[in-house]
Design a protein around this ligand. Structure first.
Ligand code: TYM
Length: 337
């Protein structure tokens, strides 16, 4: 069976370095690798997932456009990948409802992301936030997806998607759903905050300094790396010696992932040197890699009509693939349409 790669991103803020290194860089790589073998790549802006925590409508709209421009600037080619926003393909919502009846409350209760996001305010969290992983399962199962490039934090949700697919296939005696495999980047499974290496880099980090965004100016990117938290020791010769130095390890991971080198290889250049030498080089590398993406994104944002056309065209193609699978699921369940 030809491979099919699907992944999504929430338009709840600007793309940040964690999203880029953990997910989007892999999306671009898959675009080449999978298509060379005759497979397909589909990437979407998860605007429906964006609703699970309050966001002003104008902000959601603007973020969706901006995220699309950023993905194109980062290398997602809308002529080679299907690029769309989830809300424009109603089959996602429809499939999510069907799968709500297959997923178990006990399964959702185990999802750590809900626990983290709802925190102490579980009773006040939206039902959408709780049900979020079922919509995510629908996103993936609708396309007979074989591989899903994601950061490590989404692995649990994909295991749930596999459980839902297995139960559906069993309950309805069908082989409709393919079990999707997560593809977690070996180079950057989890990029951490630049201020607190015990927290993952995320748009909800309390400090602006902790998150490098793809819209940041060269000066801001460099400043964030120069001021990143580190320790006073020099860099060691081996990665193993960084086990107890999470800030140092995070910066090395970022360096290696941006440079497409292994951490060990980077250490060979810096062993015995302090962060005073390492951080300016990391800042320069980040500016060299991220600056051109930002510039291209800004250029693309000049023509919002063109971005809208990309999403519309992508949604048309996505619907063509999704609707037959949705129909088969409805038929399998006994719905008469
Ligand atoms: P989201 O929007 O939070 O993040 C998008 C992608 O970026 C990865 N990521 C990270 N990787 C490494 N280090 C980090 N600090 C970091 N922060 C984020 C995420 O793992 C993700 O791959 N639920 C998803 C969106 C989604 C989706 C899907 C993904 C909706 N439907 C179907 C795959 C398939 C999410 O909230 O990602």
């Amino acid at each position: 069976m030809a491979k099919r790669v699907v992944s999504g991103i929430k338009p709840t803020g600007n793309l940040h370095l964690g999203n880029y290194l953990g997910a989007v860089k892999q999306w671009v790589a898959q675009q080449d690798a999978i298509q060379a073998e005759g497979g397909e790549t589909l990437y979407f802006i998860a605007d429906l997932h964006g609703l699970t925590e309050w966001i002003a409508p104008a902000e959601l709209r603007a973020n969706t456009i901006e995220m699309t421009a950023t993905l194109v600037a980062a290398g997602i080619d809308p002529d080679r990948s299907i690029l769309f926003n989830q809300a424009r393909v109603p089959a996602h919502s429809e499939m999510a409802w069907l799968l709500n009846n297959v997923a178990r409350v006990g399964w959702l209760n185990r999802m750590t992301q809900f626990k983290d996001k709802a925190g102490k305010n579980r009773e006040g969290a939206s039902v959408g936030l709780y049900d979020y992983p079922v919509l995510m399962a629908a996103d993936v199962l609708l396309y007979n997806t074989t591989h899903v490039p994601v950061g490590e934090d989404q692995k649990q949700h994909l295991e749930l998607a596999r459980d839902i697919a297995t139960k559906f296939n069993g309950d309805y005696a069908t082989e409709l759903f393919t079990l999707p495999e997560p593809l977690v980047s070996a180079a950057a499974p989890r990029i951490m905050s630049l201020r607190d290496a015990s927290a993952k880099m995320s748009k909800s980090n309390p400090s602006e300094q902790s998150v490098v965004k793809l819209i940041d100016s060269d000066e801001v990117i460099a400043d964030k790396f120069r001021k990143a938290k580190t320790d006073p020791d020099v860099l060691p010769a081996t990665v193993e010696e960084l086990a107890e130095r999470p800030e140092a390890r995070n910066l090395l991971t970022i360096f290696a992932a941006l440079a497409d080198r292994t951490p060990g290889d980077v250490l060979a250049d810096y062993a015995g040197k302090g962060f005073g030498a390492f951080k300016p080089d990391l800042a320069d590398l980040a500016v060299a890699k991220l600056g051109p993406i930002r510039d291209e994104m800004v250029r693309l944002l000049d023509d919002r009509g063109a971005i809208d056309a990309i999403l519309e065209k992508g949604a048309d193609k996505a619907r063509t693939l999704a609707v037959p699978v949705l129909r088969r699921a409805q038929e399998a369940m006994g719905l008469m349409l």
